[in-house]
Unconditional design. Structure first.
Length: 402
């Protein structure tokens, strides 16, 4: 009966999300149109100059519905939406049947999370690496080699899931075997990129991100957005070549420097954690499942919070991981449930900010207070989530010594 209820609830909520995407929030699907235009020019430009902000394996994934659109005559954006729905369904099924007797809470988190994020969930490619990252955590205990492969593929299509690897390897017993899987899968995909394109195409996504300004939705941009709320002349919002809205003004230089310092500190912390995990593994100590999940959540949340870019779809990185973590953790499950609840609130606020009130934010059309404060509270919640995940991951690292 509970499974039947879950199935009905999933259908109803996803019909609602698709309705938003095809109706009131249809304009959110701009990425789909951009993907199609880029892929249409693939033959003329070559893979080295097509969607350079994405790794080549991601372009290959997007090419599947593009090719089907050419063969069937069905609109590419409709096929992209269908692929997103199927990806969502596959992860929902994995949570239901791969979580054992504790499937209720993980399934509920995923059931609620997607509609709270709204049309963005089905209009962005980030659902794919997010679900792969969630699958990696879910399979961590029972199928560590498969979990490692999922993390490697996720990294190949979006790069950020590499942040999961230290926690995964620190928790599994056959560390060398799982490391070989990660390196082997990642190496094959990287070699494929070089073969079909060039060595520079491996780093083009990082180069693209490095050249961007301070996006209006990033945590670091919050003080500038609060300043823009009362003084839109000195502090301005404009559309940038990166296909996003960025903020400029007297505070921005310092805020960008802050993001750089925070990102470097995060990187040093993650390298330290990685070396620590390796050292403890050699000594026979291992992270618990709780420690691995929290370390992954802290790393990814830190990456989201410290960056100068934070798009609404970045919450699709955290949602699947949190849902999967609820099926894996033991002693800290209650704390992770609270953490996930706050993340769901952040998702709801994100949908209000984008797309519901986005015109108000970017065009200053109508009262700006509601969207500015929704964005500010969302960003504050993300800071709270980072702090909580960092504390829990530190506890996990310490317990690994016991």
């Amino acid at each position: 009966m509970r499974t039947a209820f879950l199935a009905v609830a999933w259908v109803l909520t996803r019909v609602g999300v698709v309705w938003l995407l095809l109706g009131p929030h249809e304009w959110v699907n701009g990425d789909g149109a951009y993907f199609q235009i880029s892929l249409d020019a693939l033959r003329a430009q070559g893979i080295g100059h097509t969607l350079v902000e994405y790794p080549v394996p991601a372009v290959a994934v997007l090419a599947v519905p593009w090719l089907l659109a050419g063969l069937t005559g069905i609109a590419f954006t409709h096929l992209l939406t269908a692929a997103a729905v199927l990806t969502d369904l596959a992860f929902a099924a994995l949570l239901r049947f791969g979580s054992g007797p504790r499937w209720g809470l993980p399934s509920l988190a995923w059931l609620l999370g997607v509609p709270l994020l709204g049309a963005t969930a089905f209009a962005r490619f980030d659902l794919v690496p997010g679900v792969l990252a969630g699958a990696a955590l879910l399979l961590l205990v029972r199928r560590p080699a498969l979990a490692s492969a999922a993390a490697a593929v996720a990294t190949a299509v979006k790069l950020w899931p590499v942040l999961l690897v230290p926690g995964l390897l620190g928790a599994v017993r056959r560390t060398r075997w799982c490391l070989a899987v990660v390196v082997g899968v990642g190496g094959v995909l990287a070699l494929g990129t070089v073969v079909v394109s060039s060595l520079g195409r491996l780093t083009s996504p990082l180069t693209f991100q490095a050249g961007r300004g301070l996006q209006i939705e990033s945590v670091a941009a919050t003080p500038a957005i609060l300043a823009w709320r009362t003084d839109p002349v000195t502090t301005r919002i404009s559309y940038a070549p990166s296909h996003s809205y960025e903020v400029t003004g007297p505070l921005v230089g310092s805020l960008v420097t802050l993001t750089t310092v925070a990102t470097v500190l995060l990187g040093l912390g993650l390298v330290g954690a990685w070396l620590w995990v390796l050292a403890q593994t050699v000594r026979g100590h291992r992270l618990s499942a709780d420690g691995a999940v929290w370390l992954a959540l802290a790393a990814v949340t830190g990456f989201v919070v410290t960056g100068k870019v934070l798009s609404p779809q970045y919450l699709l990185w955290l949602l699947p991981m949190a849902a999967a973590g609820l099926a894996v953790v033991g002693p800290s499950r209650t704390r992770l449930a609270v953490w996930t609840g706050l993340l769901l609130v952040a998702c709801g606020l994100t949908q209000l900010e984008f797309p519901v009130w986005y015109v108000t934010l970017t065009q200053r059309y109508g009262p700006v207070d509601r969207v500015v404060w929704a964005l500010a509270v969302r960003n504050l919640l993300l800071l709270v989530l980072l702090a909580a995940a960092a504390v829990e991951s530190a506890r996990g690292l310490v317990r690994a010594l016991a």
